[in-house]
Design a protein. Structure first.
Ligand code: ATP
Length: 732
């Protein structure tokens, strides 16, 4: 058998003020020595180096108590150290060294240090390493002096822990505890993550709604851009075309108007230029001329008539020579003159009248001379002459009539010309007015086009504020065929649609939304990250739960199996020590079971009763041979010690630890039982290395090597290898 425990070295530890080493060469080593020499200190050195944290179990209050306190002969130490060396050829410890040295040092300030093969490590590492080799934990493999029946005194829970420890379940317990801790941490993290997500959620929802709005606004803006491009391109084309057309038209109308104005001026001048007065005078002269001519003709006609009459009658009467009316006229004139003279007193006047009368009479006579009766020849000649005269007079009259007609025609023509000019002036002015009103209409249309151009530019500016640079490029959009010939109402419809869209965009109240978009993306990423983390956490929680369940299963199975085997061994050891009877370990029923309830949200809440109440601990039943009473309470001190030993040995039997340290476990045994104890030690020694501290000869006899502990006058414990004879002497 390979001894896993090679040696232990104590320096400055308790009474071992000087460095002392115990080297184990036999499966069973016995430490002997007088009371107070420091034997138990050796057992405690084992506890110490294996990571014991309970000061009480090392009979101390503070770390300092573990350090050599000094004696009159030797001053105190500042540190206590214990080194234990394991043979690791068979990889008892899960570390790649053939030999493993574990050292623990404590300083006066209470600081501890752990070293693994000289390198500083954590206590945790030491405990885990040892647990893997079924060493340590509840320390059942180090039975301190007077503590043999600790397993009997222990609570059901502690007892179970000791048994689990003995069965090598400590490692699984560690793993389970670690997993539980991790599970708890994971639970906390899950809660934290969930609460972070819950915190983010409203903000994220808000942002999502915003982003939806932004996206909708963006879509609307894209739609607007497309619509505006088409609209603006068409509008520009229309305006440009109309502008050019109207300009052309205006020019034409302007030219028309100018031409007409010039023409109207001309016409007006022409109208003013005709002076009909001259012709009128001419006509008046001609008319009076004609009247004279006609009188002459009439006189000649009359004379001719008379002459012709005379010719026909060929007789001439006074009446024929002197026409009666002519005579009467002459008489009246004379009578008037004479009447005037009769009334006048002025001689001059009367003479004047007489002179006038004489003149009248003379010319009357002369007249009568001229019209003296003619001969027929004369009459005929007279008629002929008169006919000639009449013809000439009539011809003259005709010529005047013709002249008069010509003059009148001239006047009419002149009047006609004036009328025509007037008419043309009026017509031209009418045309001019029309031309001017057409020009005004065109100007008006041009003004409207200019207003359209202004509106067009305003629309571009508005477009820029609403959709920014996206407005550009409208001038590159193609104008569809026939665009310019379409009805304006179609374009107007487009404009209204654009206006509606603009209003919608404005109502949405969204700017470009870049900042919101960024924040949404960040928040979403964070939420997704948290969601992923939650999944990871939940997965790891689930896998931890699995691990825990598996560990529990393993622990349960091994525990159940181990307990069975312990009970088989216990049955034997107990019967051997007591010569019959029965002792048995059994799992207690938990006093309470966890009650589950639902809180107001319907979540499960757990009412956790006292942990010990839930714990299925281990109880012992003992029945002694030949005794009616049973139970631990009725056992004597020796009986308790025997029962404890039986238990400890049974436990060691099932899952033998690499070593067992028994500090005066046999102290209470009588001689017969000491022998049985020694037998059992031998049996046990075949499976585990044993270090037994004893005053008992039988026990010493079972050991393969003996160490004596002595304490001299300097108060320092010393170790030495001794022979059996010496040992029995020392022990006394
Ligand atoms: P017994 O056979 O009576 O059980 P023992 O051999 O087991 O005795 P221990 O209990 O190991 O004796 O040793 C006790 C001795 O160790 C005492 O004399 C005590 O003074 C001494 N001791 C304990 N702690 C220190 C310390 N820090 N410094 C010096 N000596 C100490």
């Amino acid at each position: 058998m390979i001894l896993s425990l090679k040696s232990i070295e104590l320096s400055g530890f308790k009474s071992f003020g000087k460095k002392s080493e115990l080297v184990f060469t036999s499966p069973i080593a016995s430490i002997v020595g007088p009371n107070g020499s420091g034997k138990s200190n050796v057992a405690e050195a084992f506890r110490f180096v294996l990571g014991e944290q309970s000061m009480k179990s090392m009979r101390s209050r503070r770390g300092e108590d573990l350090i050599w306190g000094g004696s009159p002969a030797m001053s105190r130490a500042n540190r206590a150290s214990v080194k234990v060396t394991f043979d690791n050829t068979h990889r008892l410890l899960d570390i790649d060294f053939k030999e493993v040295v574990i050292e623990r040092v404590v300083y006066r300030d209470g600081q501890n240090e752990y070293l693994l093969n000289g390198s500083q490590v954590r206590l945790k590492d030491v405990i885990r390493l040892l647990a893997g080799a079924n060493i340590g934990g509840s320390g059942y493999q180090i039975i301190s002096q007077g503590e043999a029946d600790r397993i009997l005194n222990a609570s059901a829970r502690e007892r179970r822990e000791m048994v689990e420890d003995a069965l090598g379940l400590k490692l699984y317990q560690h793993k389970k505890a670690e997993s539980e801790k991790k599970l708890e941490e994971t639970g906390v993290n899950i809660d934290k993550t969930k609460s972070l997500r819950r915190e983010i959620a409203p903000h994220l929802n808000f942002l999502r709604a915003q982003v939806e709005k932004i996206e909708k606004a963006r879509e609307m803006k894209e739609e607007l851009a497309a619509k505006m491009h088409e609209y603006l391109a068409r509008e520009n084309a229309y305006i440009t075309q109309e502008d050019a057309r109207l300009l052309e038209e205006a020019r034409a109308h302007d030219a028309d108007a100018r031409a007409l104005a010039t023409r109207a001026d001309e016409m007006r001048q022409k109208r003013g230029g005709t002076a009909p007065g001259a012709s009128e005078v001419e006509v008046n002269a001609l008319e009076s001329k004609l009247s004279h001519a006609r009188q002459e003709s009439a006189r000649l006609e009359r004379e001719l008539g008379r002459a012709e009459g005379a010719l026909e009658a060929n007789t001439v009467t006074v009446e024929q020579i002197v026409p009666v009316p002519h005579v009467r006229q002459f008489v009246r004139e004379i009578e008037v003159e004479i009447g005037q003279a009769e009334q006048s007193d002025d001689i001059g006047n009367v003479r004047g009248v007489l002179s006038s009368v004489r003149g009248k009479i003379k010319s009357f006579i002369e007249g009568l001379t001229g019209s003296a009766p003619e001969t027929s020849e004369e009459a005929r000649l007279h008629v002929e002459s008169l006919t000639h005269q009449l013809k000439a007079a009539q011809e003259h009259e005709h010529s005047i009539v013709a002249e008069l007609e010509t003059a009148r025609a001239k006047i009419a023509a002149a009047r006609d010309a004036t009328f025509a000019a007037e008419r043309e002036v009026i017509e031209t002015e009418g045309k001019l007015r029309e031309a001017r009103s057409r020009l005004a209409a065109v100007q008006n249309a041009r003004d409207q086009i200019a207003a359209l151009r202004e509106r067009f530019e305003e629309e571009i500016r508005e477009g820029i504020t609403l959709i920014g640079a996206a407005i550009h490029g409208w001038d590159k959009s193609e104008i569809p065929q026939g665009a310019l010939s379409e009805d304006r109402s179609t374009q107007e419809k487009r404009r209204r649609e654009i206006e509606r869209l603009k209003i919608k965009i404005e109502e949405s109240g969204i700017g470009n939304g870049d900042a919101v978009m960024r924040e949404f993306n960040n928040t979403k990423e964070r939420d997704e990250f948290l969601a992923k983390e939650l999944i990871d956490l939940e997965q790891s929680a689930a896998s931890l739960q699995n691990i825990i369940a598996e560990l529990e299963e393993t622990i349960d199975a091994r525990f159940t199996e181990g307990l069975k085997l312990i009970n088989v061994a216990l049955h034997e050891f107990f019967a051997k020590l007591f010569g019959g009877g029965e002792a048995k370990l059994f799992v207690e029923k938990p006093k309470h079971s966890a009650k589950r309830d639902l809180d107001e949200d319907g979540d499960e809440i757990e009412e956790v009763p006292d942990e010990d109440e839930l714990y299925a601990g281990l109880a012992i039943s003992v029945t002694l041979p030949r005794k009616k009473m049973h139970g631990l309470e009725v056992l004597s001190g020796g009986e308790r010690a025997l029962t404890s030993i039986a238990l400890i040995f049974s436990m060691s039997q099932v899952n033998p630890p690499p070593f067992l340290i028994l500090d005066e476990t046999d102290a209470a045994l009588d001689e017969a039982n000491s022998k049985r104890y020694a037998d059992m030690i031998r049996e046990l020694g075949a499976k585990s290395q044993l270090i037994v501290i004893t005053h008992n000869r039988a026990t010493m006899a079972a050991a393969g090597e003996l160490y004596g502990v002595t304490m001299g006058s300097d108060g320092v414990s010393k170790l030495l290898s001794v022979k059996f004879e010496e040992a029995t002497k020392v022990a006394k």
